[in-house]
Unconditional design. Structure first.
Length: 393
């Protein structure tokens, strides 16, 4: 496989880190900028929401631009967004910086996937896309512990400085190692959305959305949860996040193995059930740190174990539109992150952080329901509407 795929994986990792990296810094930003924890959580919510919406729109608007040049421009804008965050002295400016980073970052991630599929032979195309997605998922689980350690040591601006510097190195790598890549006509957004007419596809995408929403309702506010319920200091919070991140990365690989061995449907249902039980149990384990860590490791491993099974199930359900479903599922994940962060902030403001796990667990119950609906046998499983739409054009 072309080694440049690994460069694109690094680029996607750097960009992906920016989404959740503020999760471990909420209390630092809150006290420094004089806003509540719930309001500070909007830095995650707005980023994820913009990220989910911007990617398909920008890909259509920039469809005629050469891909390498577009990637470099996007990386420069992403760099500016992070530098504005570093220099922010008010919450509104920091929020604007997050929007700029989200808009440019969403396009960069899509470009990394597109370029990876173009620079390898058809034999390695699926593997190349999978490797790039590994960078994205790893960034989402490792971003918070990395940001937390840097933030506690040097201030909340430090993680943004790190991302800005890594962005410059990423741009240098793209400039010197990537050749020019001609653009391909994108699939119209309307055609993409019409694939959701298929019940299996629609409810599977809803499952991803609800699952991540439930997860982020607690995970997005894990720092205040750890400090308020377990009384952990900054060092211990960093250790907990590091354990969580490693377990989540391992869980992603485990989910793929389980799906290959037992099938995508049993894996999805089993992961949702055990994940739901673990998140409901979290508040009742805080009296003993070792017990909490055991349950947390289960929670963290399963948080991303469902992703490869979902992706595999989407391909099985709609092989003709598998490329579209990968993109839509990425948007569903980020919509879930945005919604979960928003709900988590509301819970903290109206009740207490101890209630976040319970509210998150309710979303997991809904996710189990949508998964069951998706897998229930339908009278007609044909998805010929996609082919018809292509013929009608």
């Amino acid at each position: 496989m072309d080694r440049r795929v690994y460069l694109l994986t690094i680029v996607s990792f750097v960009v992906g880190m920016s989404e959740l990296i503020v999760g471990g810094l909420l209390d630092l930003i809150s006290s420094d900028l004089g806003v509540s924890l719930g309001e500070t959580g909007l830095l995650i919510t707005v980023f994820s929401l913009v990220f989910a919406i911007a990617a398909p729109i920008l890909l259509t608007l920039t469809s005629r631009m050469e891909r390498k040049r577009l990637t470099l421009i996007s990386l420069f804008v992403f760099f500016l967004g992070n530098m504005i965050a570093v220099l922010s002295t008010t919450f509104s400016v920091l929020l604007l910086a997050r929007i700029i980073s989200a808009v440019s970052g969403s396009l960069i991630v899509v470009l990394c996937v597109t370029i990876a599929s173009n620079i390898v032979t058809e034999k390695y195309r699926a593997r190349a896309i999978g490797v790039v997605f590994m960078g994205i998922s790893a960034s989402l689980v490792l971003g918070i512990p990395i940001g937390l350690m840097l933030g506690n040591a040097f201030g909340w601006q430090a993680p943004f400085i790190m991302i800005a510097v890594l962005t410059l190195f990423s741009a240098i790598g793209v400039h010197f190692f990537m050749g020019e890549i001609a653009p391909k006509p994108p699939i119209p957004i309307g055609v993409q959305l019409r694939t959701l007419k298929n019940r299996k596809i629609l409810f599977t995408q809803l499952t991803s959305f609800l699952f991540l929403a439930g997860h982020l309702t607690l995970y997005g506010y894990l720092t205040p949860f750890l400090k308020m319920t377990l009384g952990l200091d900054g060092t211990w919070v960093s250790i907990v996040y590091l354990i969580f991140g490693v377990a989540a990365v391992v869980g992603g690989g485990l989910g793929g193995m389980l799906a290959d061995r037992f099938g995508t449907k049993p894996t999805i249902l089993s992961v949702i059930i055990v994940f739901g039980l673990s998140i409901f149990a979290i508040p009742y384990t805080t009296f003993a740190l070792p017990l909490f860590l055991i349950v947390m490791i289960i929670w963290s491993m399963l948080s991303w174990a469902i992703t490869p099974a979902i992706q595999g199930y989407l391909i099985e359900s709609s092989p003709e539109t598998s490329d579209i479903q990968q993109g839509l599922n990425n948007s569903a994940l980020h919509f879930g992150i945005a919604f979960g962060s928003l709900v988590g902030g509301i819970v903290i403001e109206s009740a207490s952080v101890e209630q976040n796990a319970t509210v998150g667990g309710l979303f997991i119950i809904l996710a189990l329901g949508t998964a069951v609906i998706s897998m229930a046998k339908a009278k007609s499983s044909s998805i010929s509407f996609f082919r018809n739409s292509e013929v009608s054009k």
